[in-house]
Design a protein around this ligand. Structure first.
Ligand code: HEM
Length: 117
């Protein structure tokens, strides 16, 4: 079971790489208002959701408790991220405030995951 949990944490991290990577490579374009929600960001956000929910289930199946408030906050932020990326996915130019929010909330979720004990 622990091996499975570690595999899903690895997939969870690949999801972060895809979502945050899609954001970071466009920081310069964001400044000129030319950034867009690339498919890697949408797929990364979906990967975060699927692997995150699976991790909750796997941890509970293994008998270890997860912090429901922490997971709830992470889920709430991801729902906002996913909503923004999905709704704006076909727009060629996304407003810097909207695009920046995705990067900010993703970064916030990383710190919540690692610092909230
Ligand atoms: C942008 C969104 C997210 C980011 C950046 C993120 C980040 C992370 C990171 C870095 C870890 C590894 C921490 C560790 O193992 O010590 C982790 C673990 C985990 N994540 Fe996420 N996560 C996100 C969304 C979610 C969602 C939506 C859920 C559940 C619905 C979730 C559930 C979990 C669980 C259960 C673990 C393993 C247990 C724990 O350390 O709390 N994550 N996440």
């Amino acid at each position: 079971m622990q091996l499975l949990i570690h595999i899903f944490v690895a997939l969870h991290i690949i999801g972060i790489a895809s979502l945050l990577g899609g954001f970071l490579v466009q920081v310069k374009s964001m400044r000129t208002g030319e950034a867009r929600m690339v498919p890697a960001m949408l797929h990364g956000a979906l990967t975060m959701l699927v692997t995150g929910v699976a991790l909750v289930g796997l941890n509970q199946a293994a008998g270890s408790s997860v912090d429901n408030i922490k997971i709830g906050v992470k889920l709430a932020l991801l729902v906002v991220i996913l909503g923004l990326v999905y709704v704006k996915r076909d727009e060629e130019k996304v407003a810097p405030a909207v695009f920046g929010t995705v990067g900010l909330l993703t970064t916030a979720n990383i710190f919540i995951a690692l610092l909230w004990t």
